[in-house]
Design a protein around this ligand. Structure first.
Ligand SMILES: CC(C)(COP(=O)(O)OP(=O)(O)OC[C@H]1O[C@@H](n2cnc3c(N)ncnc32)[C@H](O)[C@@H]1OP(=O)(O)O)[C@@H](O)C(=O)NCCC(=O)NCCS
Length: 152
């Protein structure tokens, strides 16, 4: 990971504007402001961020523990900061935080054709456990369900 970035342990409602802007410039199907606001306000959520040297939010990971399993809701890195290890760093922090709250492991859905994300998750030891047909709407695509124990 490059040195001039800072990991934020707890994003919150005060980060809404920056988080929405990050979504808009980084995702093909960005979350709405209402979706982002709901997750930033969630008391039990894992809400990690990365800021650059100017304080700009350039990475975000949102996850939530549900019945012993920690579900990844959103992971995004600014296009100008990709392939610098930011997503890997966020995921490693997520896995460390999940270790306490999620004895049954971690789970995520990913577009079946999302090669960067699939490459990332493979390097982190995630394995496919299922496929949800037509899970994504815009554009339509199946989701692969990937899982991993919290400690490997
Ligand atoms: C997927 C995403 C989060 C990866 O972020 P990133 O910070 O660029 O990822 P990292 O630099 O930490 O990459 C870690 C590893 O993932 C894999 N990877 C990342 N991008 C890749 C790409 N474009 N092609 C192939 N493998 C890739 C590589 O194994 C990489 O390690 P390496 O650079 O040493 O080869 C980013 O591309 C993104 O925000 N995409 C849009 C949103 C998205 O798809 N989120 C995932 C939803 S499930």
């Amino acid at each position: 990971m490059t040195s001039e970035v800072q990991i934020v342990d707890r994003l919150g409602p005060e980060d809404l504007e920056q988080a929405v802007a990050l979504e808009l410039r980084s995702q093909d199907a960005p979350w709405s402001a209402a979706q982002v606001a709901e997750e930033l306000a969630r008391a039990d959520g894992i809400r990690l961020g990365v800021r650059d040297g100017d304080g700009l939010l350039v990475g975000m990971l949102l996850a939530v523990p549900l019945a012993g399993t920690c579900h990844l809701l959103n992971l995004v890195v600014d296009p100008s900061r990709r392939r610098q290890g930011l997503a890997r760093t966020l995921c490693e922090r997520w896995l460390a935080e999940a270790a306490g709250a999620c004895p049954d492991g971690v789970l995520l859905e990913v577009r079946a054709g999302n090669r960067p994300a699939l490459g990332l998750y493979a390097t982190l030891g995630f394995e496919p456990i299922g496929r949800r047909r037509g899970y994504y709407r815009t554009p339509p695509e199946d989701a692969l369900v990937l899982a991993r124990p919290v400690a490997t």
